[in-house]
Design a binder for this molecule. Structure first.
Ligand code: FAD
Length: 407
């Protein structure tokens, strides 16, 4: 099959709307909320209603359900047909809004990482119930971060309900989202296969937002510690199959990363593009010519560096689009999702930091947003699996090694 790198026309509206929101709503308030950590950006309420309307019309980005309900509205496609669906839309939307401000992007109601998780594993009935919620994602605990098989939060079946107990830390949008997708073990003696994800309303008996974190970047995004104490939820809130299949292992919950990692890669691509555009403007104002026809040795060092970063940017962008496209076309994409996250996460931090360097004192000051983007981009190479973890996953898949072989 040949590769067509042009974006489908039907995504034009998504791009235009998201870009308009990024340029006209996000950019003007970007510095204000960076300086007022934890204040809720009320300007986003307007955006939430806009997204709701667009989602109904099938024009929005992810929407709360990652675009799955939109896919279902269309006629069934004959086998072999190429689809550009909810994941592609979601990633494009993410890139555009993160170009505006990645912290604000993470604060857009109904577009949480938990929503992508729901879209990945919810059945039709759950999609109906949870398709319109705003869902955060709670995996990390005080005792682990990267090793997500070490989940110690428990979900014990009691009649028709699961009872959740445990503590989750660093939950993005944890104090603002309406729901939280929580990873918990239904039976610790059965190891990683017993880890399941549960949709829990945030305002619910037994759920307590204990505190918010102060952070290096994405300061407008609330990062919460959440405690679950005898929190009872209907057993139907378990996402996917309740069966513990020790042969299948960790597959069920890990599937959520196939959707969320390209999203985070998209965030990194968005901030990187913002930085590159600003760098080009500053260099051109300073009289530095960027000439694509000249070899690196024959032009200004800053121009040569710009071109190098731009090619890295293109690679990150294409990796991300491929991973999202594969998810839309139901192709297994765990390897490509990790590749997109590794490449885009690394490229995002490289480009934003280099931009601070190349723009000198101006870049380091608060007169531009480039120092903020350098702070904001770091998290994109950490959450949903760090750079090192993505490389580990890629190595395991390429070399056909198990997690026991390669740690
Ligand atoms: C702002 C922010 C928002 C977050 N949002 C969320 C969220 O919404 N939901 C959520 O569940 N979590 C969230 N997290 C947590 C995030 O996912 C974890 O921080 C991340 O998974 C890394 O875990 P850790 O910090 O415990 O680092 P550790 O796992 O302790 O790792 C420390 C270092 O060791 C490296 N390392 C670890 N294991 C290996 C290995 N086997 N081989 C090589 N190197 C390795 C890591 O790459 C890292 O560099 C957030 C974190 C932050 C800072």
């Amino acid at each position: 099959m040949s590769i067509n790198l042009e974006l489908p026309k039907k995504l034009d509206t998504t791009i235009d709307q998201a870009h308009q929101a990024a340029a006209e709503i996000f950019r003007p308030i970007s510095r204000k909320y960076d300086l007022r950590e934890h204040d809720y950006p009320v300007e986003l309420d307007t955006l939430a209603s806009l997204y709701d309307g667009l989602a109904e019309a099938g024009q929005a980005g992810a929407g709360a359900d990652g675009g799955r309900s939109q896919e279902k509205k269309g006629k069934p496609k004959p086998e072999g047909t190429v689809v550009n669906g909810g994941n592609m839309q979601s990633v494009i939307n993410t890139m555009e809004t993160s170009w505006g401000d990645v912290g604000l992007m993470l604060t857009i109601p109904y577009q949480g990482l938990g929503n992508a998780a729901i879209a990945a594993v919810a059945d039709d009935e759950q999609l109906k119930r949870f398709g319109k919620v705003w869902a955060a994602m709670a995996i990390t605990e005080p005792s682990f971060g990267s090793d997500s098989a070490a989940v110690s939060t428990t979900a014990t079946l009691d009649g028709d309900e699961y009872v959740l107990n445990g503590e989750k830390i660093f939950v993005t949008a944890g104090s603002r989202a309406t729901h939280i997708v929580v990873w918990a073990s239904v039976d610790k003696s059965l190891g990683r296969a017993a880890i399941k994800s549960f949709v829990v309303p945030r305002e619910h008996p037994g759920v307590e937002v204990a505190r918010l974190e102060h952070k290096l970047g994405i300061r407008v995004s609330d990062t919460a510690v959440i405690r679950f104490e005898n929190c009872r939820i209907p057993k139907e809130n378990l996402l996917g199959s309740p069966e513990v299949d020790t042969k299948k292992g960790f597959g069920g919950v890990m599937q959520t990363f196939d959707n969320t990692r390209p999203m985070v890669a998209g965030m990194a691509v968005g901030v990187a593009r913002a930085s590159l555009e600003e760098l080009r403007r500053v260099l051109e104002e300073a009289g530095v010519e960027i000439d694509y026809d000249k070899p690196a040795a024959d032009q200004h060092a800053a121009a040569a560096e710009f071109i190098r970063m731009e090619s890295d940017f293109e690679a990150a962008y294409l990796h991300t689009m491929r991973a999202a496209w594969m998810a839309d076309n139901k192709q297994p994409n765990s390897l490509e999702a990790s590749m997109s996250k590794a490449k885009a996460g690394r490229t995002g931090t490289d480009i934003t930091n280099k931009t601070v360097e190349l723009t000198g004192t101006l870049g380091y000051s608060e007169r531009l947003l480039v120092e903020k983007w350098a702070r904001d981009s770091k998290i994109l190479d950490i959450f949903e699996g760090t750079q090192q973890i993505q490389q580990l996953i890629i190595a395991r898949r390429v070399l056909n090694k198990s997690s026991a072989d390669l740690k």
